[in-house]
Design a binder for this molecule. Structure first.
Ligand code: ADP
Ligand code: MG
Length: 237
């Protein structure tokens, strides 16, 4: 390990474990970022930090290698056919979880879904573009109806083009940038290969849609009908 780069992360020592420090050093050496900044948000499974590369602002998501939510995380992994054969240690599961988030977002990006561009995932670290916006929960929408229509268009693409279910959709995981929705936090996103998969995963989709309908109705008095919204997304119309 380069002594110089280790020196740079000194301020974070005690925050990151050795494995994470080494991962960050490696990514910095490969110029995925120049500088790690302050935390944007600290969470249960990991933290998101500011990052910088040249004049670009990045968001660096770092999954904690000692997660208390191992059980919950494992569940989402074994139920996704892409990762069905992953068994083993907590470490391995966390790394697969980060890979899963990266792959879900890459797939969304390929289908022109509004997600933060992700440059690289290595081990438990993901480097993406920083969204200059706010979480939906902290944002006062000027035109909530219009925003909701844009969100539905995004969710149709997710369901029918990327063939994914987000699985943790809420006003916390939707960001608003210039009145446009950006969908974040894709670790638990599930791939829907066929209709049999969908039947199994349907409760996740129902919960996602329920969360946003409930929020928009409560906060903005939209009087959206849950069943109607669900069917619109399902029937792609
Ligand atoms: N690309 C990003 N740009 C700006 N802020 C972000 C970005 N990604 C995450 N955040 C912020 O960090 C918070 C946590 O990120 P998230 O991916 O939702 O992880 P988790 O909820 O699992 O901790 C988000 O609610 C948001 O405020
Ligand atoms: Mg989140």
């Amino acid at each position: 390990m380069g002594k110089i780069s280790r020196e740079k992360f000194k301020v974070h020592e005690g925050v990151f474990d050795e494995f994470t420090l080494r991962t960050l050093e490696m990514m910095k050496r490969k110029h995925y970022f120049d500088e790690l900044g302050k935390p944007i948000k600290t969470g249960k499974e990991g933290d998101v930090y500011f990052g910088y590369r040249g004049d670009k602002t990045l968001a660096i998501k770092i999954y904690r290698m000692t997660s208390a939510n191992f059980k919950k995380i494992s569940q989402y992994i074994v139920r996704d056919y892409r990762f069905r054969n992953i068994k083993g240690s907590l470490r391995k599961v966390i790394l697969v979880w980060a890979e899963k988030e990266f792959r879900n977002v890459a797939l969304c990006h390929k289908h022109n879904i509004s997600v933060p561009y992700m440059y690289k995932q290595f081990n438990n670290v993901i480097i993406m573009d920083y969204i200059f916006g706010k979480m939906l929960k902290d944002y006062d929408l000027e035109n909530p109806k219009e925003f909701f229509e844009l969100l539905i268009e995004q969710l149709k693409l997710v369901r029918h083009e990327a063939k994914l279910i987000h699985g943790d959709l809420s006003e916390f995981n939707i960001m608003v940038e210039n009145e446009l929705p950006v969908l974040i936090d894709w670790g638990q996103g599930m791939s829907v290969k066929n209709e049999a998969d969908f039947m199994e995963l349907k409760p996740m989709q129902e919960r996602d849609i329920h969360n946003i309908v409930f929020y928009m109705n409560k906060r903005y008095g939209l009087e959206l009908d849950y069943n109607e919204v669900f069917e619109r997304i399902e029937n792609n119309n």
